[in-house]
Design a protein. Structure first.
Ligand code: ADP
Ligand code: ADP
Length: 226
């Protein structure tokens, strides 16, 4: 379990306007932390800075105890799930799930073992030989989730992972993601524009407004003090 800490972090894309404005937050090990707010408020930017996909303009970002500038994205030991799933169309489910393990020096036998365990956890055991185009939206979403979990990274970042699913499946996946996150003790940073999703999933949520923290706290505290 690892914490993620931002100290006075700002981001500007054009060198003039800050789209993230001096954010301070410490995300605790094992916490389910949700970033919520309307489109354009800076959620993806914040997530991408933590992932190392975007440089921070000023401030300090710590992943665990290490200053992030000392680490490339692949050294940050975190996994990501995207809105569009980004599955490899020419690979089957098993190959998609284990793809990220090739670079991690995990043996073939260990890859197989982890893949089977993860697939079983997510109800994918019968689908390992299928290609992504032979899966439903919900099944694809599960493969994307499996690919993140199988890395056993202590930190997982998710960017609107459920927005392509229908309402019923979304509700089901919310609770599945929460269960798996608790069971594995992963530190989760989860982005959504959906207030209900944030309320039902978060240990703590941060409401962003134009790159500023509007509110931060337990969902019930925020609900009672809007
Ligand atoms: P959200 O994820 O909450 O929708 P974003 O982090 O994507 O918000 O965007 C925050 C702000 O930064 C927006 O004003 C957006 O237009 C701007 N922005 C995002 N990405 C870029 C980029 N690559 N270049 C310039 N501006 C960007
Ligand atoms: P091919 O080797 O057949 O050209 P690619 O390796 O270019 O296929 O990738 C095919 C698909 O996988 C693309 O749709 C792309 O979005 C997705 N993809 C490529 N790189 C990554 C990555 N690093 N993580 C997740 N998905 C990726």
């Amino acid at each position: 379990m690892k914490k993620v800490e931002l100290k006075n972090v700002s981001k500007s894309y054009d060198g003039q306007t800050n789209v993230i404005k001096g954010i301070d937050v410490s995300i605790e090990p094992g916490e389910f932390f949700v970033l919520v707010g309307p489109s354009g408020c800076g959620k993806s930017t914040m997530l991408r800075m933590i992932a190392g996909l975007e440089e921070i303009s000023s401030g300090d970002l710590y992943i665990g105890d290490l200053l992030s500038t000392k680490r490339s994205p692949s050294q940050r030991d975190l996994s990501m799930v995207f809105q569009n799933y980004a599955l490899y169309p020419h690979l089957n489910v098993e190959q998609n799930i284990t793809f990220g393990l090739h670079t991690k020096k995990v043996t073939k036998a260990e890859q197989k073992k982890r893949c089977l365990e993860t697939a079983s956890m997510l109800g994918l055991s019968e689908l390992l030989n299928r290609k992504p185009r032979q899966l439903s939206g919900g099944q694809r979403q599960r493969v994307a989730l499996a690919r993140a979990i199988v890395t056993q990274s202590p930190i997982c970042l998710m960017d609107e992972p459920l927005s392509n699913l229908d309402a019923k499946l979304r509700a089901k996946m919310r609770s599945e993601i929460r269960q798996i996150q608790r069971k594995l003790g992963i530190t989760m940073i989860y982005v959504t524009h959906d207030q209900t999703e944030a309320m039902t999933m978060a240990d703590r949520m941060m409401i962003l407004h134009n790159g500023d923290v509007q509110q931060i706290g337990h969902p019930l505290d925020i609900y009672n003090n809007p």
